[in-house]
Design a binder for this molecule. Structure first.
Ligand code: AMP
Ligand code: MG
Length: 402
């Protein structure tokens, strides 16, 4: 067995960042910028009001209070999207809507909530005073020309995408995002709701892996359910490397007589088969076929997901230019005993995280078998239990979310 970090290091060394491509912002979420983005404009482009109210000279409102209203002349209305063509003089105000440009001469806005419009509409009574600058959003307060908006190497979030649209930038240079082909292997596997014949089970890995990949921002290609047959596996790998930037397979990497994925990868490319000192997900094969990384994940449903999270996802993140590739490890407290026996492996225990009185507590899920997907579905975290006899209730514990 080799330690997990050795396996992770081996894989990361053998994958490289994809080429840059110019990409439309509407589908750029999760993509990583290949260059910094700079603003060419002022944001906001003009001084404007943050509230609905009256724009005026703050000095005119000094005496205003609820018991002593101050009355100003109303010389007009400024809706958002218009350009005011009047200038406020002392004793005057203008009705103004959120986002509308501030008129010349005004230096504050009083919220409509503190005003009472006269029946004549030509006058307004104010029950609050204002200070210079009140409720005014200054031009350039968010961004000025030349300001860096987004750094190179940033994974784009919805806020970044809105920011770019706000600047009229609809294309960005990003690192390519891997398209990942997925196939399951196993003669026992079927798809569909027909009654199972003796010895059969339904394929679940392809579905959980496609869902994981998509939720992590990758494109997927479903390469299907492939029998335990060298020729069929080889044909699928060839099809996959022609279409995809990476392949994820499950099954066929253990010690069984029909574990052909590792055999095929060995024939087709430069493959390393590993036994990693972790539970679940001990067997793992990694190969590069015609420049395309192939992750041979184990077949047990929980193992395939854990293997993906620890080995395939970090490598795919590196390919798409992410700086932080490994799952972020947090610290919590064991709410129950996490029993285990020493076996030379690190255990990734399906656990449930809950907050209680400000403390982060973790409890192990009942079903820990690597075939028990219901335990994985119940869990929201994997607790990391180092080799030894476990972590007892009340002690610190490391975990990551998935
Ligand atoms: P293997 O890694 O091929 O030896 O498979 C290990 C275990 O995982 C066996 O019990 C398989 O039946 C099961 N298994 C393999 N692939 C899948 C799959 N795609 N969906 C559900 N179970 C699977
Ligand atoms: Mg198998």
């Amino acid at each position: 067995m080799i330690p997990l970090d050795e396996a992770q290091g081996y894989v990361l060394e053998r994958v490289s960042q994809l080429p840059e491509e110019s990409f439309g912002i509407t589908s750029a979420r999760e993509r990583v910028t290949a260059e910094a983005v700079t603003s060419a404009e002022l944001v906001p482009p003009f001084d404007n009001t943050a509230v609905d109210g009256y724009a005026l000279k703050a000095a005119d409102t000094d005496e205003a209070s609820e018991s002593n209203e101050v009355t100003l002349e109303v010389i007009g209305t400024i809706p958002a999207g218009t350009q005011p063509d009047f200038e406020i003089q002392n004793g005057q105000s203008v009705k103004i809507m959120t986002g509308a440009p501030l008129p010349e001469g005004a230096d504050a806005v009083v919220m409509v909530e503190w005003t009472r419009q006269d029946e004549s509409k030509d006058l307004v009574h104010l029950s609050r005073s204002a200070k210079k600058g009140d409720h005014i959003r200054r031009s350039g307060e968010d961004l000025c020309p030349g300001d860096q908006v987004i750094d190179k190497g940033t994974a784009l979030t919805p806020a970044h995408i809105g920011l770019l649209a706000g600047l009229g930038i609809y294309q960005v240079n990003t690192i390519g995002r891997p398209t990942v082909g997925v196939f399951s292997t196993g003669d026992e596997l079927v798809e569909g709701n027909e009654p199972l014949l003796p010895g059969q089970i339904r394929d679940s890995n392809r579905f959980s892996l496609v869902a994981l990949l998509e939720s992590d921002g990758f494109e997927t290609v479903d390469l299907g359910l492939i029998p335990d047959n060298e020729e069929a596996i080889e044909t699928t790998v060839r099809e996959g490397v022609a279409k995809c930037d990476a392949l994820v397979t499950t099954g066929g990497v253990s010690m069984g007589d029909y574990d052909y994925v590792k055999v095929v990868l060995n024939n087709m490319g430069d493959m390393r088969w590993m036994q990693i000192a972790i539970k679940p997900a001990k067997p793992f094969a990694f190969g590069v076929v015609q420049g395309v990384p192939v992750f041979g994940l184990p077949g047990n449903p929980v193992s395939s997901m854990v293997s993906y999270l620890l080995l395939a996802k970090p490598a795919l993140y590196k390919m798409m230019g992410r700086k932080t590739v490994f799952p972020k490890v947090f610290h919590g407290i064991a709410a129950d005993d996490f029993h285990r026996r020493a076996d030379g492996k690190t255990h990734f225990v399906r656990s449930f995280l809950h907050e209680e009185k400000g403390a982060t507590l973790l409890s192990p899920i009942g079903k820990q078998g690597s075939h028990q997907l219901s335990g994985m579905a119940e869990a929201n975290t994997l607790s990391i239990i180092p080799d030894g006899d476990g972590v007892t209730k009340g002690n610190p514990i490391e975990y990551f979310r998935f």
